[in-house]
Design a protein around this ligand. Structure first.
Ligand code: HEM
Length: 198
């Protein structure tokens, strides 16, 4: 039986969105109860960034899982995509507020010192049109161009991974693991698109 059988679609979507926001609630509780260690801003940056990456994996997994008879991620891919965008947008806002205090001078200094920030920002920029055109109305309006536009998921994923790979210093294990997962999922997607194009 499908997971959301008998449940109105908007209720199921609301429940999935609430589940997606649980990590954010956990991060807020840790912050509020002083469990974030000596550098809470850094912990929050890591937390929001990591959940952004995990969300990206779930979104990219949706189609291959559906092909293998497990369509639940595919059914909720829009709300998963929007949730991951919430996490990376919070990540960006944290950076603007805590790291550079909305100062253009400080931003220029940070960019000189940490060029990977620009790569992360480019990933966010590539995701922005995907989030903005995720409604049914935008999809109808864009027609065939919607699919073309949504190929931005490829550069967005590569840039997000490059951002993380660039910034980790000692422990590259996780970054490499993310790299392998993203490579497999993007190659699967590219292969499917190629076969459909024939
Ligand atoms: C798709 C977009 C992005 C993803 C998935 C992402 C992911 C991550 C992850 C996972 C980390 C923690 C890595 C670690 O320490 O192990 C991180 C750190 C960081 N990110 Fe992003 N990021 C993104 C966009 C951005 C943007 C837009 C900015 C700023 C404009 C940014 C600035 C930073 C900075 C400064 C850190 C280092 C924090 C610190 O250790 O002090 N990121 N990011």
């Amino acid at each position: 039986m499908p997971l959301s059988a008998g449940v109105p679609r908007w209720v199921a979507t609301g429940v999935v969105f609430a589940l997606c926001l649980l990590p954010l609630l956990m991060l807020s509780i840790q912050l509020g109860t002083g469990q974030m260690g000596p550098d809470p801003a850094k912990r929050l940056m890591q937390g929001t960034g990591e959940w952004g990456l995990r969300g990206l994996i779930l979104v990219l997994l949706a189609a291959p899982m559906a092909k293998r008879g497990w369509p639940v991620l595919f059914r909720f891919r829009r709300v998963l995509g929007l949730s991951l965008f919430v996490y990376v947008s919070l990540h960006l806002l944290l950076f603007a507020q805590v790291y550079v205090g909305w100062s253009v001078t400080l931003l220029a200094e940070e960019l000189k010192e940490r060029p990977y920030v620009l790569v992360g920002f480019s990933a966010w920029l590539a995701m922005l049109p995907l989030a903005l055109t995720s409604t049914d109305r935008a999809r109808r309006w864009l027609g065939r161009r919607w699919k073309q536009l949504h190929r931005l998921i490829y550069p967005a994923t590569v840039l997000a991974w490059l951002h993380v790979f660039w910034l980790v210093r000692s422990d590259v294990g996780d970054a490499l693991l993310y790299g392998v997962i993203f490579a497999v999922l993007l190659l699967w997607r590219a292969r499917r698109a190629q076969l459909r194009g024939r």
